[in-house]
Design a protein around this ligand. Structure first.
Ligand code: HEC
Ligand code: HEC
Length: 326
């Protein structure tokens, strides 16, 4: 199946360059849905405005949540300490299949999560992306900001069945965990040919007038060592179906794996679960870190062997306290 997908960001970038163009429909090679899978059409802002069953006060809260998701940088230094917005990884407003659509969290939680070994709420799932992907600190549970984000996630799920887990297009994809033999130099070559033009030779992205146009892929302003994107298979799947921007599906699986390994062989802020010893932290969270290069030696350097937390002036957000229910 040769699917098409609109790439709003390319249009957005072209607009900032002074031209207004209709959103281009680009042919992309996305994975097919499996028989029996639930496939969801998340509503759009136009649907929201037209929906008279939703109270105007609720509309305001949903729109606030959407604004927080799209422009999370407005909370730089409060909730976010790197250069990312939620939509940097959950592309297309968090609505798009194979781009980490966020609505499934609203229909499948509370549930047990392997990453932290207990039953998580939707708020805690959102908090996780703040703590790791945004190298930050989540809004307080139950606060107006958290309520707005929860409302945005839940509204996107409108009409979807609750606790249905066989969801087509969830997460980033189909590459699975069987990785080919990874080679740093091969990944570097793929990077230089396909990614450096936007994300920079040095992986630091590009900022124009204080606005992040292309987000960094490593270093102090990127996601930290505890983020899902540090798992090579997750990054490979994201990259395969979403990058290079405007040409998703154009890399081979092999190239996606190699470049994912390359960007995740570079330094980034410390994992907030750090115990003070990188090897010990890797062992303690091996169910996660067996898929990352954290605590392994690459090019003669032990990755993650530092206490650099980037711009964030603390290590552990409180929300990472382990919880048990007995
Ligand atoms: C650096 C990339 C990145 C950024 C930035 C990011 N996330 Fe995520 N997010 C991920 C990854 C990776 C996953 C796990 C996807 C998977 O399971 O394959 C995820 C999963 C989620 C899920 C669960 C989706 C599901 O299928 O259950 C939610 C909800 C979510 N993120 C919300 C957010 C919010 C809110 C923000 C901003 C505060 C954010 N994310 C920022 C990478 C990111
Ligand atoms: C045409 C410019 C462009 C090219 C080329 C490109 N990217 Fe991106 N990339 C972006 C933009 C813009 C975003 C953020 C998307 C958004 O905010 O909607 C992004 C987001 C990302 C992210 C998630 C956010 C982050 O900073 O961690 C990763 C990972 C990524 N790109 C990797 C790659 C890789 C690997 C390649 C090469 C195969 C690549 N990109 C090529 C523009 C580009």
């Amino acid at each position: 199946m040769n699917l098409t997908r609109t790439i709003p960001l390319v249009a957005g970038l072209l607009m900032t360059a002074g031209t207004t163009l209709a959103e281009p429909e680009v042919p992309v090679n996305l994975p097919e849905f499996k028989p029996g899978q639930y496939v969801h059409q998340a509503p759009t802002v136009e649907d929201l405005m037209a929906d008279e069953s939703i109270h105007p006060e609720l509309k305001k809260v949903i729109l606030k949540g959407r604004d927080m998701f799209m422009n999370t940088q407005q909370f730089r230094g409060k909730y976010v300490f790197n250069d990312l917005n939620c939509k940097s990884c959950h592309m297309g407003e968090g609505r798009m299949n194979w781009s980490g659509p966020i609505w499934p969290a609203a229909t499948t939680l509370p549930d047990f999560r392997g990453k932290n070994q207990h039953v998580n709420s939707l708020e805690e799932r959102i908090a996780g992306c703040f703590s790791f992907s945004m190298n930050g600190k989540p809004p307080e549970y139950g606060s107006d900001d958290m309520l707005a984000l929860v409302a945005y996630h839940r509204w996107l799920a409108k009409g979807a069945p609750v606790y249905e887990k066989n969801i087509g297009g969830r997460g980033f994809s189909h590459l699975g965990k069987d990785k080919p033999e990874l080679d740093y130099q091969r990944g570097k070559a793929v990077y230089e040919a396909n990614c450096a033009i936007c994300h920079g030779e040095d992986g630091q992205g590009k900022t124009v007038d204080g606005q992040v146009v292309f987000p960094p892929l490593w270093g102090d302003h990127s996601y930290n060592w505890g983020a899902g994107m540090t798992r090579i298979f997750t990054a490979a799947s994201f990259i395969k179906n979403n990058m290079p921007l405007g040409k998703p599906g154009s890399l081979t699986d092999e190239e996606a794996w190699q470049v994912a390994n390359y960007i995740n062989s570079q330094e980034r802020p410390q994992d907030p679960r750090y115990t003070g010893d990188v090897k010990e932290t890797r062992e303690k969270y091996l169910n996660f870190h067996k898929y990352t290069n954290y605590g392994t030696v690459v090019n003669g350097k032990l990755l993650g062997d530092h206490d650099n937390t980037g711009d964030k002036p603390f290590l552990k957000p409180e929300v990472l306290r382990p919880r048990t229910f007995d």
